[in-house]
Design a protein around this ligand. Sequence first.
Ligand SMILES: [Zn+2]
Length: 178
Amino acid sequence: MNADLGVRPDPPEPGRRLDPAERGARPDPPKPDPSKPAHPKPDPPKTAHPKPDARFDLPEPDAFTRTYWDAAAEGRLLLRRCGACGRAHHYPREFCPYCWSEDVTWEEASGRATLYTWSVVHRNDLPPFGERVPYVAAVVDLAEGPRMSTELVEEGEPRAGLELRVAFREGVPVFRSA
Ligand SMILES: [Zn+2]
């Protein structure tokens, strides 16, 4: 019988990684309990299905974002620009995400952008998206620099670099080819 059996190895030196042999064998995974089904059914969802007239595509402005959504309702796309480092950002934040300055103000964007990437959505159970499928969820590069998640409302085939211009659907900015 091995005299070392049951004796713990010396603790590792501080800052030294154990190699796998030193860590010892992993414990065996728990054995399946034959009295339980291998794939139990998930619990039913705790919330009921959303009401058919509920809207998951419209903003819920708060005190800070109301300026942005009020402008969008008038067909203007706003950005935030930092007075300290000069960079614009989107989504709107109360301080600059690049230099943390709070010297950040609203400015109107040109509305010009290029298509960075996209995904064609074929299924979305949240109303009213189910009535819109397939639709194109897109990420666009605004002319001012920020990258923005949006929807491409365009009949043609998307392609990277496509020149776009902002449009508004019920006060929500979307993009179509320029
Ligand atoms: Zn800044």
